[in-house]
Ligand binder design. Structure first.
Ligand SMILES: *Cc1c(COP(=O)(O)O)cnc(C)c1O
Length: 491
């Protein structure tokens, strides 16, 4: 598989290089024109474990890693880090199915990818004498998932910055208690956007050259990396397997998937699964009040010039869904010049409109809907009261949209992207109203568990009382020096 930019077919990389680079030099995303040439027969996968299934998918798409490397990476990523044997179990919710993606070390779906990416990066580095320092700015969730995935991975260090006082008590403790000899965690005086901009500046600054002399490169764990995207394909096949085994579908029968969406990575993996041979009927894109994708899929106009809403499903508060570019590339007939022109327009005007022909192709596969916060809260109540299921606000957005967009007679799978306990305050208040003031995250966790009888996941339960290992708080201006010190100390 040769990978190249969505915006230009001349810039190529093999899968190892693509994993190490993340983003193409021209700002485009790595894609391969060979995707879908070799397919997987889902019927042949029914008896495989999650790990064996993962090996089949990775061998197809990351074909210049050896089978030994991939097996070892899979064992490290999924061998014991998930609390369920199935890794991503499928359970009943009303008449539909819930694909539970939140049984990893940080109780959210990004774990599935962030357990695997570091292993792929580390293998790609081995023998080169090179090392990598990952830098991430987080508004709360991704930071912990990245720290956990990169903890003690060979030849790689990680530095995470979060805005002081602007993440939840639980998120803060999750990061501040992170173990590992290669991790640095630091709060900054400023907000998330400040942290994000400062990180971008660090990448472009002289410390890059400074570290280069010591064979250390700076990199990110961004969700556009193929090493994050490809691991997400596996659980779509896993869902098919589960529905075949429990008798819901016949061989080859199509399924609808409804996906709570932000950056379009998760739902794009469903489209890749379809290209690889999975019988997918529709991919239903569910958005919160930041419904730029709903409008796009309905009208063909992508327009980010609109108010930004802070919602109770914060991981979907996104106005530029980067991974959409890959879907447009494939559905435009792999027309890199056309994609480059759309992305130029997005950059210059914040907007683009696709051709009528492309829009109809998109609508054959994708449908879309959205839920604001009040509708999300109502969905949390409905799932609990009518289906007896406790779901998190992101999953609840999908639950509401699925109820409107389902196809009659087609079995539907709703991707559940976080444990309800990750967002226990909002879930609790949706179900039982506001509690006494002053209750912290752990108090909400206890109350929610007492009222519903549902156990919080172990990584969250165990958190209280964990020692704080990281206490640094610095100014934005000092972040650069901080990264330099961390790289010299940890690598
Ligand atoms: C990141 C995230 C999403 C959105 O996934 P994308 O791949 O960005 O579309 C949905 N739910 C949760 C809980 C997330 O963390």
């Amino acid at each position: 598989m040769i990978y190249h930019s969505t915006r230009n077919k001349q810039e190529t990389a093999d899968s190892r290089q693509a994993v190490l680079k993340g983003l193409c030099g021209d700002g485009g995303l790595f894609v391969s024109d060979a995707l879908g040439e070799r397919k997987l027969d889902p019927e042949e996968l029914l008896t495989l474990s999650y790990q064996e299934l993962a090996l089949r998918v990775f061998s197809l798409l990351l074909d210049d890693y050896t089978e030994e490397e991939l097996s070892d990476a899979i064992e490290k990523a999924y061998g014991t880090t998930f609390s369920k044997n199935e890794v991503t179990p499928v359970t009943k919710i009303g008449d539909d199915w819930l694909l539970e993606l939140y049984h990893g070390p940080t109780s959210a779906f990004k774990d599935v990818a962030l357990c695997m990416l570091p292993q792929l990066m580390s293998k790609a580095l081995s023998g080169s004498g090179k090392k990598i320092m990952i830098i991430t700015a987080t508004s709360g969730d991704t930071g912990k998932a990245a720290l956990s995935g990169f903890q003690d991975v060979e030849n790689i260090g990680i530095t995470v910055f979060y805005p002081d006082g602007k993440v939840s008590d639980i998120q803060k403790l999750q990061m501040a208690s992170q173990e590992g000899r290669n991790v640095a965690v630091c709060a900054i005086r400023g907000n998330f956007d400040d942290a994000q901009s400062a990180v971008k500046e660090i990448f472009a600054s002289e410390i890059g050259a400074e570290l280069e002399k010591r064979n250390i490169a700076l990199s990110s764990a961004n969700s556009i990396n193929i090493g994050r995207l490809i691991p997400q394909i596996v659980y779509y096949f896993e869902a098919y397997k589960a529905l075949r085994k429990n008798g819901t579908i016949q061989a080859g029968q199509e399924i609808d998937f409804c996906v709570p969406t932000g950056n379009f990575g998760d739902v794009l993996a469903g489209y890749y699964a379809k290209l690889l041979g999975l019988p997918v009927h529709r991919l239903i894109v569910a958005s919160n009040a930041n419904n730029v994708l709903t409008d796009f899929i309905m009208t063909g106009v992508y327009d980010r010039n609109r108010p930004f809403h802070k919602t109770i499903s914060p991981s979907m508060d996104i106005l530029i869904s980067s991974n959409l570019e890959r879907m447009l590339y494939y559905l435009s007939g792999k027309d890199a010049d056309y994609i480059a022109s759309l992305m130029r327009s997005l950059k210059e005007t914040g907007r683009y409109e696709v051709s009528g022909e492309l829009l109809s192709k998109i609508q054959e596969i994708f449908s879309a809907g959205c839920a604001d916060d009040a509708e999300t809260e109502a969905a949390i109540r409905k799932a609990y009261e009518t289906d007896g299921r406790l779901i998190d606000p992101h999953t609840a957005v999908g639950y509401k949209v699925l109820s409107e967009r389902r196809t009659e007679g087609v079995p539907a799978v709703l991707l559940s992207t976080a444990s309800p306990y990750k967002f226990c305050r909002d879930v609790y208040e949706s179900l039982f109203g506001a509690a006494n003031t002053g209750a912290d995250g752990f108090a909400y966790m206890r109350m929610l568990s007492e009222k519903t009888g549902v156990e919080p996941p172990e990584p969250l339960r165990e958190l209280q009382g964990k020692p704080v290992l990281h206490r640094d708080v610095i100014d934005i201006a000092d972040m650069k020096q901080y990264v330099l010190n961390a790289a010299l100390e940890k690598l």
